[in-house]
Design a binder for this molecule. Structure first.
Ligand code: ASP
Ligand code: MG
Length: 402
């Protein structure tokens, strides 16, 4: 007998047939005598649809508190429907909202962090031999307000439960059957990985591979929760995410693209100490994450700083810098949403020089211009025109993975 935590994404519960499919997967494990706790996301495009409804009411963007109140409803629907399906198949089940399942978060509405999961209620339900279904993506803050964990947050809900309950398995079901060396919809000969390390997965997740939410991988790494990514539609082995893997002989684990980035250039800043500090400190205080940063060599006492942010943060970032015009005393600010970040990831890269040049060669072969470059021990990223991103992923995959 084992304690199994499962998580099903929105596409896995998109309609009644899919809900019953998931119910049967859960029941199969329950029948073997296992305790099963399942986290669900909102059905299909529910979250996007709810966001649209909110913008119909207030196109300027409603408050984050009210958005959380609204968006959490998506998971309330899917968790009750899944429980009803299991109930109708004759098995004991209970659905719980985030707060009922003990999710305590901080107060950052729309991007809340889990502080603690109080396992009392879940444990009580398990001791009664109930299958437990938990609404993902949500919790309660100290004001007793509903919070949500950020887009894709249900993965994190599942990992948090697995860590708290010390589950034997944490299975993340989705509409792909594992982690691939590239998006298989884009690159037809992408290979499925048997296993991948937390660090590599983190790079892939934060670089735009939409298999796992990156906070969930961070949490899995921190609490050493081994994850299995697998398909809810086909019953076959997925990809294991864990601390170390017996490396398949592959230097590069994946090629990804992230189209949801924006480039911002601040031009004509004075070439004096403290400018970068003031600029990025102000952005940090607004909780805007900055990614690739490029500073030009100073000329005639001025310099330019160019950096990337998530597309959703672009407007706020530009406004923040405009507010600082008198402090920073720059001559111009430009932003561009038509960019894409293409990256390669692999823990083995560090000790193998020629990788970067091969990547650049692949781009050169396709006449794709590189705007910015960033490297770390496990990844190399380039910023290019958004319209080139698919071609770039294909070309780089072909050259480096084959
Ligand atoms: N339903 C939420 C979203 O679409 C959370 C999730 O799917 O994990 O972002
Ligand atoms: Mg989703």
């Amino acid at each position: 007998m084992a304690l199994i935590v499962k998580k099903f994404g929105g596409s896995s519960v998109a309609n009644a047939e899919r809900v019953f499919n998931v119910a049967n997967i859960i029941i199969d494990d329950y029948k073997k005598g296992n305790d099963v706790v399942t986290v669900v996301s909102a059905q299909g495009d529910t979250t996007d649809d709810l966001i649209e409804k909110a913008l119909e009411i207030n196109p300027n963007g409603p408050s984050k508190r009210e958005m959380d109140m609204l968006l959490s409803a998506g998971e309330q629907i899917s968790c009750s429907l899944l429980a009803m399906a299991i109930e109708s198949l004759g098995y004991p089940v209970v659905s719980l909202l985030g707060w009922q399942a003990g999710f305590q978060t901080n107060s950052t509405y729309s991007m809340a962090r889990i502080k603690k999961v109080d396992p009392e209620r879940i444990n009580m339900e398990l001791s009664k031999k109930n299958i437990v279904i938990v609404a993902g993506f949500q919790g309660l803050n100290k004001y007793d307000d509903i919070t949500t964990l950020g887009r894709g947050g249900s993965d994190t809900s599942a990992v948090a439960i697995a860590a708290t309950l010390k589950a034997d398995r944490c299975q993340i079901y989705t509409d792909v059957d594992g982690v691939y060396t590239a998006d298989p919809r884009l690159v037809s000969n992408a290979k499925k990985l048997k296993a991948i390390t937390y660090n590599e997965m983190l790079e892939l997740a934060s670089l735009g591979a939409q298999v796992l939410n990156n906070r969930s991988v961070e949490m899995a790494k921190k609490y050493n929760v081994e994850l299995e990514v697998l398909s809810s539609l086909e019953r076959k082995e997925g990809t294991i995410v864990k601390e170390v893997t017996s490396m398949e002989k592959m230097l590069i684990r994946g090629v990804t693209k992230d189209d949801k980035v924006a480039r911002i250039s601040v031009i004509g800043l004075s070439d004096t100490p403290g400018v970068a500090f003031k600029l990025f400190n102000q952005l940090a205080s607004k909780k805007i994450n900055v990614d690739i940063i490029l500073q030009s060599v100073g000329r005639n006492g001025t310099k330019d700083i160019t950096f990337t942010v998530a597309m959703d943060n672009c407007t706020e970032a530009v406004a923040t810098i405009e507010e600082m015009k008198t402090i920073l005393n720059y001559s111009d600010i430009k932003s561009d949403l038509n960019v894409s970040k293409v990256s390669i990831v692999g823990a083995g890269m560090e000790s193998h020089p020629g990788i970067a040049s091969k990547m650049f060669e692949a781009l050169f072969d396709k006449n794709i211009n590189i705007q910015m470059i960033a490297t770390s021990e496990t990844k190399i990223s380039v910023l290019i025109d958004a319209e080139d991103s698919e071609r770039a992923v294909k070309a780089i995959h072909e050259k480096l993975i084959g």
